[in-house]
Design a protein around this ligand. Structure first.
Ligand code: FMN
Length: 176
């Protein structure tokens, strides 16, 4: 994987793709599906995400303050849905669903080899966790996979319905 300039991270998440979030608690690494996230700052890249306190990942994220956000392309859609419909409390999702954990450089949770982008993150603000299960993450390191040059991400419309990225259009705009 090649490094992605951190100044470009916001372009990965602004469209709001469905992503995977990995954590590493006391036991094995875990992964969950996440679509409630948003960019908060360009650089250092800050991302807000809602991780429900019912999720096994919530406990590990709150305790370790580290995670990886991995962005899957369309060919992983079935696995992404499977990950979001079971709990790491009960199963080793990497083994049972067939995703490959790869050691990260700066954090304990793993990257996901099959995803075209991986963002190593630390939790920098938990003031809205009790009220909204909302964590603010800082992206410490970003990786992309040049073997997936034109990834199509998926966008959740609820209950297993997803929109897949379509055509790219260009318009005159001053906004980064
Ligand atoms: C498409 C999709 C999007 C999801 N988005 C979120 C989300 O934004 N936040 C959340 O807390 N759970 C979300 N979930 C549900 C979790 O992924 C699910 O509860 C999962 O089982 C949690 O795993 P865990 O118990 O191993 O942490 C989503 C599930 C799917 C299928």
């Amino acid at each position: 994987m090649e490094q992605l300039p951190l100044s470009q991270v916001y372009r990965l998440l602004e469209p709001g793709p469905v992503v995977l979030l990995t954590t590493k608690g006391k036991n094995r690494a875990n992964v969950m599906t996440l679509s409630w996230h948003m960019m908060v700052e360009f650089e250092p890249p800050l991302v807000a995400c809602v991780v429900s306190n019912g999720d096994h990942s919530f406990t590990a994220l709150k305790a370790t303050r580290q995670c990886v956000i991995a962005v899957p392309a369309k060919h992983l859609a079935a696995k992404v849905v499977a990950v979001g419909n079971c709990s790491g409390r009960d199963v080793d999702k990497f083994a049972t669903i067939g995703l490959t954990p790869v050691p990260a450089a700066l954090v304990a949770p793993p990257l996901v080899a099959e995803c075209f982008a991986n963002l190593e993150c630390k939790v920098v603000d938990m003031r809205l966790v009790n009220k909204y299960n909302l964590f603010v993450l800082e992206v410490l390191k970003a990786w992309t996979d040049s073997n997936q040059p034109d990834p199509k991400t998926i966008h959740h419309q609820g209950y297993g319905t997803f929109v897949v990225d379509g055509e790219t259009i260009r318009l005159p705009s001053k906004m980064p």
